[in-house]
Design a protein around this ligand. Structure first.
Ligand code: C5P
Length: 239
C-alpha cells in the first residue's frame, strides 16, 4: 500500500491518502493536547502505544460484532483504515461519575452508575464541542434516527466488551469517547481511536489513574502510566 499525500493533521494523528481511494493511513503522534488545545505537550512513545492499543481493541470489537475502520497495522505508528465520512459527534459512555459530568452537574466523583450513560457532543472546536441532545442531532440532520440508534447500540456494546476485558486486566473502565463514520454505502462503523487518550482507566485495586488525566491534571508519571496500561493489556490479550 503506497502512502500518498497528507490529507489532514489533527491534534494526535496525521491522515494520509493511499493508492486505494477507499483506504487511508493514520499515523499516531506523541503530541498531547487537553482542554480543546489550550494545554499542549508531548508524551514520549504515546503514538506507538495508542496505535497498538487501539488496533488490538478494535480487533476484539470486530470479533464481538462491532464493525470498525481497522484494516491492518503497518508499523508501530501507522495503521491502514477504511475511509469514512466522520459523523460530527463525540459519543461518550460513562460507568462512573467523574470529569465533565461532575463539573456540569455539581455531582460527586466516583459514583458507580446502575446503568451506563450515553451522551453526545457536537464536534466543533470553535464552539468547544457542546453537549447535544438527540432531537438536536436529528434537527441538524447530523445523523438519521436509524443511524443514531445504531451508534448508541454499538457504543453500549463497546462498553460491555471493553469493560469486561479491562476488568480481566485489573483495570476499571470509567468512561470513554468514540467516533463513528459512514462507509460510501452508508454503513455506520466505529472510527478514530480507543486509547488512554480517549478513555479513563483506573487501577481496580488502588484507583490509580492510568490514562491522559495524568497529563490533563499534571499528576506526573504520564509515560509510565501509558507503558503500564499497555503492559496490562498485552498480558491479557493473546489475539
Ligand atoms: O471530559 P469528560 O468527562 O467529558 O470526558 C469523558 C471521556 O471522554 C473521557 O474518557 C475523555 O478521555 C474522553 N474525551 C475525549 N475527547 C474529548 C472529550 C472527552 O476523548 N474531546
Amino acid at each position: 500500500m503506497e502512502k500518498k499525500e497528507q490529507l489532514y493533521e489533527g491534534k494526535a494523528k496525521k491522515v494520509y491518502a493511499t493508492d486505494d481511494p477507499e483506504l487511508l493511513i493514520v499515523s499516531y503522534k506523541d503530541d498531547a493536547t487537553a482542554f480543546n488545545g489550550k494545554k499542549k505537550g508531548t508524551i514520549a512513545g504515546k503514538g506507538i502505544i495508542n496505535n497498538e492499543m487501539s488496533n488490538r481493541l478494535m480487533r476484539k470489537l470486530e470479533k464481538a460484532g462491532v464493525p470498525t475502520h481497522y484494516v491492518e497495522e503497518l508499523n508501530e505508528r501507522e495503521t491502514l483504515v477504511k475511509k469514512v465520512q466522520i459523523v460530527p459527534l463525540e459519543v461518550i459512555v460513562r460507568n462512573i461519575s467523574t470529569g465533565s459530568f461532575c463539573k456540569r452537574y455539581g455531582f460527586p466523583e466516583g459514583v458507580v452508575f446502575d446503568e451506563p450513560t450515553v451522551e453526545y457532543s457536537y464536534k466543533n472546536d470553535e464552539l468547544n464541542d457542546p453537549l447535544i441532545c438527540e432531537s438536536h442531532v436529528l434537527a441538524m440532520k447530523l445523523t438519521t434516527r436509524g443511524e443514531l440508534e445504531t451508534i448508541r447500540t454499538y457504543a453500549l456494546r463497546v462498553n460491555e466488551v471493553l469493560k469486561e476485558f479491562w476488568r480481566s486486566c485489573g483495570v476499571t473502565l470509567v468512561d470513554f469517547k468514540l467516533e463513528f463514520g459512514r462507509l460510501p454505502d452508508g454503513t455506520i462503523i466505529l472510527a478514530d481511536e480507543i486509547s488512554p487518550d480517549t478513555s479513563r482507566l483506573w487501577d481496580a485495586e488502588t484507583g490509580k489513574k492510568l490514562d491522559k488525566d495524568r497529563f490533563r491534571q499534571d499528576l506526573g508519571g504520564v509515560e509510565d502510566a501509558y507503558a503500564e496500561i499497555m503492559g496490562r493489556l498485552k498480558a491479557q490479550d493473546h489475539a
